[in-house]
Design a protein around this ligand. Structure first.
Ligand SMILES: [Zn+2]
Length: 104
């Protein structure tokens, strides 16, 4: 959607000039067709598409960074759990052998 400087939403008109015959353009609905030119429809669509693609990629990139951070945090938590489990295993083996040795 293209807006004029005055804030009105541009309407599509077709150029009747010799340089751009039949070329659609956005025009201000509040001004005459000659003074209300905003932009060419084909050029506007092009920049709009590139811009929105860029924006989507940026958002995707940000989402991936957030996911990455979440995974790093999860990874750290798992490492801590892993360390705790190893400690528990060692302690239980020590206790187990301690009991056996004690009973013998
Ligand atoms: Zn206007």
């Amino acid at each position: 959607m293209v807006k004029c400087k005055c804030g009105a939403v541009g309407i599509i008109r077709t150029s009747g000039t010799k340089r751009n015959p039949g070329r659609p353009f956005y025009a201000c609905p509040l001004q005459g067709p000659r003074s209300g030119f905003i932009s060419w429809v084909d050029e506007e669509n092009h920049t709009y598409e590139v811009e929105s693609q860029n924006l989507e990629l940026e958002i995707h990139n940000e989402e991936l960074q957030i996911q990455n951070r979440d995974l790093e945090i999860q990874n750290e938590e798992l490492e801590i759990q892993n360390r705790n489990l190893k400690m528990l295993l060692i302690v239980s083996w020590i206790l187990f052998f301690g009991i056996i040795v004690y009973k013998l």
